[in-house]
Design a protein around this ligand. Structure first.
Ligand SMILES: Cc1cc2nc3c(=O)[nH]c(=O)nc-3n(C[C@H](O)[C@H](O)[C@H](O)COP(=O)(O)O)c2cc1C
Length: 320
């Protein structure tokens, strides 16, 4: 267990890599592949389809005997019954996001669950600590999905938060391989979360058109939408999203109703809605199986940390 740290202990995993929650995508097919590879699969609730989610949690129990978690995306699941729902399903690890950490942390912790809250800022991190979370997912603005309109890159946000809190941190935004994992550890994280990398993985259920658009994308091929209204969104650059980048109205109305979202996700029509994806799309050059990505990331991270330690041995002369 070379990675043994607070994240592996709290999550019960061998490798401290978490697959991001993503509406309709983070379901049993993808999450079980991640958990079976020794990392942590997460089931989404942001689709709002709690009956389907319940079915996916049951499927997880058939597909893996390894730990997995559930995300409560508060802006999309407004029913407070969600706490009883996850507790009733026997879930042990929850990430809460897109809302106040004061809302669900206490009841979830009272029910014995481990709770990490997703934060985009230092103020958000301190608020979550006050609410009593076990850890933080610190998410930089280069990541895909809904974002704080005042976005801060992982390189600035992660070391800042790490210098001010003592709970374990999972870094999100731009994570995809050994070097990014090693960098996150150097900046204070004990685990990483991958979103866009998982959208484009072999076991991801999204249409091949979206996966190939990620593979083709350059690092400049995402747009940041809705900065003046919020929530912000980071998405792949398409003709439609590029137009929305200039919009002065709240683009949430253009996000797409369920039918259009599904037309994009599973029908492959990239203009039907908004294809949430991060800047790291520019570093993804193939659709690969989850187990390969996780094994390679873990091995390369450890090799890189060892190389760096050997190349830059601690010298007493450098620092008093
Ligand atoms: C398609 C998509 C959907 C997402 N949906 C959610 C969600 O439901 N809940 C959540 O907490 N984060 C969501 N996110 C953000 C991810 O959890 C993750 O933190 C982010 O993708 C990390 O950055 P990366 O894309 O650079 O890996 C989503 C991201 C993407 C790309």
């Amino acid at each position: 267990m070379p990675f043994r740290n607070r994240v592996t202990e709290l999550l019960g995993v061998e490798i401290p890599i978490v697959q991001a929650p993503m509406g309709w995508i983070a379901r049993a097919q993808l999450a079980s592949a991640v958990s079976n590879a020794g990392a942590l699969g997460i089931i989404e609730t942001s689709s709002g389809e709690l009956d389907a989610v319940k079915g996916e949690i049951r499927k997880m129990r058939d597909l893996t005997d390894k730990p997995f978690g559930v995300n409560i995306a508060q802006a999309f699941v407004r029913d407070p019954g969600i706490v009883d729902f996850v507790v009733g399903e026997g879930v042990k690890f929850v990430t809460t996001s897109a809302g106040s950490p004061t809302k669900y942390t206490k009841p979830l912790k009272e029910a014995g669950l481990t709770v990490f809250h997703v934060v985009p800022s230092l103020a958000g991190a301190l608020k979550a600590i006050d609410a009593g979370v076990d850890g933080l997912v610190v998410e930089g603005g280069e990541g895909g999905g809904f974002k704080n309109p005042r976005d801060v890159a992982t390189m600035v946000l992660l070391p800042l938060v790490a210098s001010k809190v003592s709970v374990p941190i999972i870094a999100a935004g731009g994570m995809l391989d050994g070097p990014t994992m090693a960098a996150a550890f150097a900046l204070g994280a004990e685990g990483i979360q991958m979103g866009t990398r998982m959208v484009s993985a072999l076991e991801s259920p999204v249409h091949e058109n979206w996966k190939q658009a990620i593979v083709r994308a350059a690092e400049t091929d995402t747009v940041f939408l809705n900065r003046s209204h919020g929530p912000g969104l980071r998405a792949l650059r398409t003709a439609r999203s590029e137009q929305l980048e200039q919009a002065t109205h709240n683009v949430m109305s253009e996000f797409g109703d369920r039918a259009n979202v599904l037309k994009l996700y599973f029908g492959g029509d990239l203009e039907a809605a908004i294809a949430l994806s991060g800047q790291v799309a520019g570093r993804i050059d193939a659709v690969r199986p989850v187990a390969e990505v996780i094994r390679e990331t873990a091995a390369d991270c450890l090799a890189l940390l060892a190389q760096l330690a050997a190349r830059y041995p601690r010298s007493e002369a450098v620092r008093p």
